[in-house]
Design a protein around this ligand. Structure first.
Ligand code: AMP
Ligand code: FE
Ligand code: FE
Ligand code: ZN
Length: 274
């Protein structure tokens, strides 16, 4: 069983349409792909239809933007009902807030860089979840930076004066909302060094109380020490352990299927979903 449970499409900050991500999954020999766009389920119908046509199982998923103590953390949700009240409201509020936040960041950037709102809007599909990567794409198109990474290393960084935050639900509330929607909640790249807040034992224990099902361990942002720590917490709480590529097309270095989830863990997720 080859399963990649963390991917993005043009419905958020990936560069390939949902059907194209699924086509690449088929070419990469994946049996199962989860589409986990940021704060939206809008890519699911296209991805699932492509999966049916190409013989790849496609799981509906999301990656919820969350906050804790003012810091950003991501929560993956699988096999959930996106119309359930609490998760639908969280996703809606996040997307609305992301829009005004992006507009404010562009206003700030326009003082010093060649960029305007129309150029950013041109980088985002209608109705897709907007994020800093789309601002990066506009800056790159205007030759202000060579690529997304360079823009993120400087002006788009959380520490940059051009950065503006957006609404996101508290991370424990996101877990509760995913579970209330019948889904399975897995903490995404919880120990990634680029996060200002890295999950610790206390946070994991609190999230387990809230209903957390699993931890994403095999991810390129986790070094061996982080993986060991996460594995010890997973063992302690009998949590599901996953791996995923966090594929964003050409928007990130991450290659599809570079990290996978074991078949027995896939079955645990399937069994935990309602
Ligand atoms: P936002 O959610 O709008 O705050 O933007 C964060 C998103 O930017 C994350 O989902 C990442 O996928 C993406 N991102 C973060 N750092 C980089 C980077 N160095 N290059 C490309 N994309 C990045
Ligand atoms: Fe992303
Ligand atoms: Fe993420
Ligand atoms: Zn992701």
């Amino acid at each position: 069983m080859r399963a990649d449970l963390h991917t993005h499409s043009t419905r958020s900050d990936g560069t390939d349409a949902p059907a194209d991500v699924v086509a690449q999954a088929a070419a990469a020999g994946l049996d199962l792909l989860a589409l986990t766009d940021h704060d939206t389920a809008s890519g699911w119908p296209e991805a699932i239809a492509a999966g049916t046509a190409l013989g790849v199982e496609v799981w509906p998923g999301i990656e919820v933007s969350t906050r804790r103590d003012g810091h950003s953390l991501h929560m993956l949700g699988y096999l959930l009902d996106p119309t359930a009240e609490s998760i639908a409201e969280q996703m809606h509020r996040s997307r609305v807030s992301r829009q005004t936040r992006a507009e404010r960041m562009v206003e700030r950037l326009a003082v010093d860089y060649d960029i305007d709102w129309a150029q950013v809007a041109a980088q985002v599909e209608s109705g897709a979840t907007i994020g800093r990567p789309h601002i990066a794409d506009a800056l790159v198109a205007n030759r202000q930076f060579p690529d997304r990474d360079a823009a993120f290393a400087t002006v788009l960084n959380v520490r940059s004066p051009y950065h503006v935050g957006h609404y996101a639900p508290d991370i424990a509330d996101a877990v509760r909302a995913i579970r209330a929607a019948g889904g399975v909640a897995v903490l995404a790249h919880g120990r990634a060094p680029r996060q200002r807040l890295r999950a610790d034992r206390e946070l994991v224990e609190e999230l387990v109380e809230a209903g957390l099902n699993g931890l994403e361990i095999d991810h390129r942002d986790h070094d061996e020490q982080s993986r060991r720590l996460l594995r010890s917490w997973a063992d302690q709480h009998d949590l599901i352990v996953t791996g995923g590529s966090d594929f964003h097309g050409t928007g990130k270095q991450n290659r599809l299927a570079e990290n996978l989830t074991r078949g027995d863990q896939v079955e645990r997720i399937r069994a935990a979903a309602r």
